[in-house]
Design a protein around this ligand. Structure first.
Ligand SMILES: [Zn+2]
Length: 84
């Protein structure tokens, strides 16, 4: 979108304007974009980190489940052996 709305007089002004051309109020201007973009970068890194952590966690869980399944199978066989 081109431009933004002055929060004081609600007129459409240029996006990078530091002072409203209509009411001449000072605007704390383009920091909004930078702030949100750095937040998105942070969110991206968090997503990557969480994804890696989740992948590692699932890998660990899968290994553990397989190991537990193996031991349960062994225990089951041992039980049936001792019952017979
Ligand atoms: Zn204004």
């Amino acid at each position: 979108m081109f431009g933004k709305i002055c929060p004081y007089c609600k007129e459409r002004i240029k996006k990078d304007a530091l002072i409203c051309r209509y009411c001449h109020k000072e605007l704390d201007a383009p920091q909004d974009g930078n702030c949100s973009s750095s937040l998105w970068v942070l969110a991206g890194f968090m997503g990557l980190f969480l994804g890696a952590a989740t992948a590692l966690g699932f890998g660990y869980l899968n290994e553990r489940r397989r190991w537990e399944a193996d031991t349960e199978e062994v225990a089951f066989h041992e039980d049936t052996d001792s019952n017979q």
